[in-house]
Ligand binder design. Structure first.
Ligand SMILES: [Fe+2]
Length: 386
């Protein structure tokens, strides 16, 4: 079987990597950039410091901070209008998955026809976008190294998943120092999202010889560092480990795939605005239990990589230990049950099960799962996770 593997042409990793932005822009011959970020990065001063670097080097930056959590087609349209009006030659993205995904959409719409919705799905973007430099501040979505963007279509209330190599950033600047002040709850949610990337990339029907080692290393680093990063936000070794885990997990799932957890997670985000990391974290134990029979050996390897059992334990027992271990990890990290997430109301949740199950299936991700569920089974899993 032939597989393709795409990652950004340049990935700069390490303490202070974000300050390589100016030399990277100069290398690309870019003078004026659209700087896409969100309110939080402006208020914290992270965006200001990087923009100051650009101005000092004689470059021009047009700041667009109108990206909301769960970015929408309207956010993308506003950023694109600014890019056109100010004739920006490249896009710089700073933040978590939301600014990075919005920036990807803006960069490709700069050179491709609107509307964005026509690019939903796989390999639908005809032309490369303008250069995109991505600087992640969470660890994380891995968006800085993926060819995936998720944008909410506000007319249909659907999170559109787009996968295309033209969505890959040109440069990723992976600087763990930007994550040192992340609050514990966010650290937990995006950290379990990272773990989900590693697990889903590894058990996916589309896993490849190139993605397996990246996925397993993502899982091993998460096992080693996530709880420390959550307990001790300033722990540099733990933050560095989680940042690497996020980047490796991104490379793995973007070239393998995500599966049922992500497929079921997006409708929760679209309808109830539960953040991406949290909605994955609440689903991971339940969906793993459902999926075990489809890939028992692979799940056993995940359990062993987490160091939750040794090589002498049978695959069946390792699978059970994995499910229990994931539930216990969520409990230690204070990940709430789905019913306790802000915005999720029991009545509306029950009424939405049919739409959420249909939208999950339509996204294509459940079809990569070790066990491919029916819509009824997805609804049952939502009820269980609730
Ligand atoms: Fe994710």
């Amino acid at each position: 079987m032939i597989s393709h593997f795409n990652v950004p042409a340049t990935v700069v990793v390490g303490a202070g990597a974000s300050r390589q932005l100016v030399p990277q822009l100069e290398r690309l011959g870019v003078r004026r950039v659209l700087f896409v970020t969100d309110r939080y990065m402006i208020d914290r001063g992270t965006a200001g410091a990087l923009v100051a670097d650009l101005l000092q080097a004689g470059l021009e930056a047009v700041v667009f901070s109108g990206v909301q959590p769960d970015p929408t087609d309207r956010n993308v349209a506003a950023g694109l209008a600014l890019l056109r009006e100010r004739k920006c030659e490249a896009v710089v993205a700073l933040g978590g998955g939301s600014p990075l995904d919005a920036a990807k959409a803006i960069a490709v719409l700069a050179t491709n026809a609107e509307p964005l919705a026509q690019y939903q799905g796989y390999h639908r973007v005809p032309r490369p976008g303008v250069p995109l430099l991505a600087i992640p501040t969470t660890a994380g979505t891995g968006s800085e190294v993926t060819k995936v963007a998720v944008i909410t279509d506000t007319t249909r209330d659907v999170k559109m998943m787009m996968l295309d190599r033209h969505l890959l950033p040109t440069v990723a600047l992976v600087d763990f120092e930007l994550t040192l002040s992340m609050p514990p709850a966010l650290t937990a949610h995006v950290g379990v999202d990272t773990l989900t990337h590693g697990i889903e990339a590894y058990v996916s029907r589309k896993a490849t010889a190139l993605t397996d080692p990246l996925a397993l290393q993502c899982i091993a680093l998460t096992a080693e560092h996530l709880e420390t990063a959550w307990r001790e936000p300033g722990n540099r070794a733990a933050r560095e480990g989680m940042m690497l885990a996020a980047t490796l997990g991104g490379m793995a799932f973007a070239n393998s795939s995500v599966a049922l957890v992500h497929g079921m997670s997006r409708p929760i985000g679209a309808l109830f605005h539960v953040p991406h990391g949290l909605s994955n974290a609440v689903l991971l134990p339940t969906v793993t239990r459902f999926s075990l029979p489809g890939a028992p050996e692979r799940y056993a390897t995940v359990a062993r990589t987490m160091k939750w059992c040794g090589a002498d334990v049978s695959a069946a027992d390792a699978g059970r230990l994995l499910v229990d271990g994931l539930a216990a990890l969520n409990a230690r990290l204070e990940v709430p049950r789905l019913r306790a997430c802000a915005g999720v109301e029991a009545g509306r949740f029950g009424d939405s099960l049919a739409k959420m199950s249909a939208d999950a299936l339509a996204s294509g991700s459940p079809q990569n799962n070790p066990v491919v569920p029916t819509a009824e089974q997805i609804a049952e899993l939502y009820r269980e996770a609730f």
